[in-house]
Design a protein around this ligand. Structure first.
Ligand SMILES: [Zn+2]
Length: 248
């Protein structure tokens, strides 16, 4: 059709449910948005390339404000860990997307062997400086040091919505979670009643930072494929998902 760019062509199949039926949701900036009509996953398509994503993370470092907020973030992570640590099969903790190390520090103070990984080297450098008792690694999840072994309790806080290929991420991650391990995961909830009808106007729709917009059904299905069963979704007045899952 005249005036229709190739970029508006929907993807071949849904990354969660594999079906081929998509509704266009409009655009945000130069990014097109679609929703799977079956599992209702919303997503950016085509995904930006990795160099495009890397470029924004280089500009995305807000350490001053992070450092000021560190104390509050440690309190929040401590509360999350305390709520579920009695269910953890052991004390080996990994924060995936650890940023400046507040989750690692909270876990350390609660007696965990605390590890953190983040793609942003500056953040990891700050974590090592502020909270030197944790163990940190800068890089992607598939570069996680082999000698770190397996984990009992994993945090994935506001990470999955950033990933152009979440399957590759979880394929690297799943073997590092021992059987029975807990996964605490948060991500925006595109199925929440407070998400605007005009989807691109939702503040979480900010590509190329956020690329995937899960709902409870879609995240459950996605995690199941990688060997995790959702144990519970925490109630949230805001459109943010907070869930606990367990590795089979
Ligand atoms: Zn789908």
């Amino acid at each position: 059709m005249a005036g229709t760019s190739n970029a508006m062509i929907a993807p071949a199949s849904c990354i969660v449910c594999g079906t081929h039926d998509f509704a266009p949701l409009g655009t945000k900036g130069r990014y097109n948005l679609f929703r799977c009509r079956a599992c209702r996953l919303a997503f950016v398509h085509p995904m930006p390339c990795t160099s495009e994503i890397a470029a924004i993370y280089e500009k995305y470092t807000l350490h001053d404000s992070y450092e000021r907020r560190a104390r509050r973030k440690i309190i929040r992570s401590t509360r999350r860990l305390r709520r579920y640590m009695h269910l953890s099969p052991g004390n080996r903790f990994l924060d995936m997307g650890c940023s400046i190390g507040t989750g690692v520090e909270a876990a350390k103070r609660l007696g965990f062997e605390a590890h953190g990984i983040d793609i942003d080297e500056d953040s990891v450098g700050t974590a090592r400086r502020l909270f030197p008792d944790g163990r940190y690694h800068a890089g992607t999840i598939d570069s996680l040091p082999a000698e770190w072994g397996q984990f009992d309790f994993l945090f994935s806080v506001e990470v999955i919505e950033h990933l152009p290929d979440p399957h590759a991420y979880f394929e690297a991650l799943a073997p590092r979670a021992r059987s029975g391990a807990l996964l605490y995961l948060t991500t925006p909830d595109a199925g929440h009643w407070r998400v605007p009808k005009d989807f691109p106007s939702w503040h979480h729709v900010c590509p190329p930072q956020h690329l995937l917009f899960f709902n409870k059904h879609a995240i459950g299905r996605f995690l199941d494929r990688h060997g995790f069963d959702v144990v519970k979704f925490e109630w949230n007045l805001k459109p943010g998902m907070k869930l606990l899952a367990r590795k089979r």
